[in-house]
Design a protein around this ligand. Sequence first.
Ligand SMILES: [Zn+2]
Length: 343
Amino acid sequence: MTKTEFKPEQHKKYFRRSLELLPTESAVFDCSRLTILYFVLVGLDILDGLDLLTDEYKKDIIEWVYRLQLVPSETVPIYKCGFMGSTTVIHLQSHSGCEKYCESNVAMTYMALCVLITLGDDLSRVNKSAVLQGVASLQKADGSFKSNYEYGESDLRFVYCSLAVCIILNDLSGINVDKAVQFISNCFNYDGAFGQNPGTESHGGSTYCAIASLSLLNKLNDVLDNSKLKILERWAINRQTNGFQGRPNKEPDTCYSFWIGATLSIMGSLDKINKEENKDFVLNNANLLTGGFSKDMDSIPDPMHTCLSLCGLSLIGMKNLNPINPALNITVRATNHLKEIQN
Ligand SMILES: [Zn+2]
């Protein structure tokens, strides 16, 4: 048995198990359980393993996701609408005592929609107008978006999630696209990549968010001329050691096979990397006993790194994996379903 063996059945079992049982370390994710669900289902879809879940089980998941939707009511103003990350309520200490915290988050809204699409739902129970108004209320004067209305930070991650939600719901009319594009372009650095906010260090994750956002808006070539695209391509290709790192001088991490791989894929430059070395790096971080992928040799597998490892492997054309849509990060199969329900 070679170390770089690929065992899709083990990874399917890992995902299936992760829907029921997670290690103690995962307790911190209780308030964003939707995130785990998203990575498990997209990962299973890439492995062509969604039939591991019975129709009844898929229906239960869809109902759970819809229960996370905040719709306008006496207690929920329109600007708080969207999806929450979990049914777990966060209690915040305030001067008036203990307050229940119940608010949507645009990253969770994006993942909720992706989960519903992946499971074949038609989004008919999504309160589209409330979700879109919720997203619109997150946009700041500089064009960026906050994660949530009250306490949210703002950066390229939430710009990407906000734009993806509008693209999935097929309506950009409530937001200022030009300002969002201007914000993205302000995050471009002299070294050729993007920071989370203007003037911050270039990073693989924020670079993906910028390029995927521009690609969803069909504005990649408007913002980046040929010379900028060339230095970005060089920056991204240079992140490969054997696998990919997120920033110069960092250790490689399996998730960057997706963040950098998808960036290069959107740019049409993926053939310029050493695919074999990347594949070996990712496969070496698979746990052949339990299934799942870890970020590096010193870590245990988790759903995020397992899903993004599979995304990275799919991008470089690994056999028997379903192709992904690099800009939306769902499978091409799920994207086709989305196109059908958009018509
Ligand atoms: Zn990582």
